[in-house]
Design a protein around this ligand. Structure first.
Ligand SMILES: Nc1ncnc2c1ncn2[C@@H]1O[C@H](COP(=O)(O)OP(=O)(O)OP(=O)(O)O)[C@@H](O)[C@H]1O
Length: 263
């Protein structure tokens, strides 16, 4: 099996502090990983390495077979789809949802007189439809609700037909209905055998969609557990990861967790 991401002894040090501390982690093609961990654990830092926007201070990072530092990142980035808060902030608010998705195919964030191929527009509309966004295609990005915005950015990340899809807290800020709608759609994507390898950062096990296969738990920049979700997403590991006693349950194809009551 081919590796889409291979980190060996990766550390990121800022102001003398390791934000990510000697992490060794491999993601194989077709796997769908969840990164879990408390605030400040280093999840986004890891995702920034996986998207080639951040270079490790030490250790080696190989993304889609290319070693960071030895490859032109501008060749690598079009192969990686990223949806997260940082991307939302870069999107022009007065651009339509359709254009927001379409510009991805041209490696841009804004419409700039480029002529779109009819086949690209067709693909953008198809992806928007899969994410339940058909009726919003002509709406301005800036007028969307948080949930609609998140679905638009996921559509944009998928538009480039990436080999690796990175989702940074896709369900953050969504209400219960919005979360459940997104989890169902991510579940459909995760179970699609031709969908790209995926890595999703989240704070909540309830946001893990069916079809996710592996979990990486980190705390203070270090790996607490990594491996198949059924084996590693245990009360013991989760408690260690978040630093308080927690119980996790797997019911049907979903996960829930709660803290143990105080004595
Ligand atoms: N450029 C920087 N210089 C110094 N410290 C930084 C820098 N970037 C991030 N950090 C720190 O690194 C730690 C890890 O940050 P990161 O954003 O990766 O955490 P996270 O797990 O994604 O957190 P959250 O769940 O709150 O989003 C945090 O303590 C953060 O303050």
């Amino acid at each position: 099996m081919t590796e889409v991401l291979e980190l060996v002894d990766v550390s990121v040090v800022r102001d003398g502090r390791a934000l990510v501390d000697q992490i060794t982690w491999t993601v194989a093609e077709g796997e769908r990983w969840v990164i879990l961990g408390p605030n400040g654990a280093g999840k986004t830092t890891l995702l920034n390495i996986a998207s080639s926007y951040l270079f490790p201070t030490s250790g080696s990072a190989v993304i889609l077979g290319e070693k960071l530092g030895g490859v032109d990142v501008f060749d690598l980035r079009p192969r990686i789809g990223v949806a997260g808060v940082a991307m939302a902030e870069k999107m022009p608010r007065d651009q339509s949802v359709l254009e927001t998705v379409l510009t991805a195919a041209y490696g841009m964030t804004a419409h700039w007189q480029e002529r779109y191929e009819a086949s690209d527009e067709e693909r953008a509309r198809l992806i928007l439809d899969r994410l339940g966004m058909t009726e919003y295609a002509e709406r301005r990005f800036g007028t969307l609700s948080e949930g609609e915005r998140k679905r638009t950015l996921i559509a944009r990340a998928i538009m480039i037909d990436p080999e690796l899809l990175l989702l940074d807290e896709p369900a953050a800020g969504l209400d219960l209905g919005g979360r459940e709608d997104l989890v169902r759609r991510l579940g459909r994507l995760a179970r699609d055998p031709i969908a790209p390898s995926m890595i999703m950062v989240t704070h909540h096990v309830e946001e893990i969609a069916p079809g996710f296969t592996h979990v990486l738990m980190i705390r203070q920049g270090k790996v607490v557990a990594a491996g198949p979700i059924e084996l590693e997403l245990t009360s013991r590991n989760l408690s260690h990861c978040f630093g308080l006693p927690l119980t996790v349950e797997h019911r049907g194809d979903r996960w829930t967790a709660q803290g143990l009551p105080l004595n």
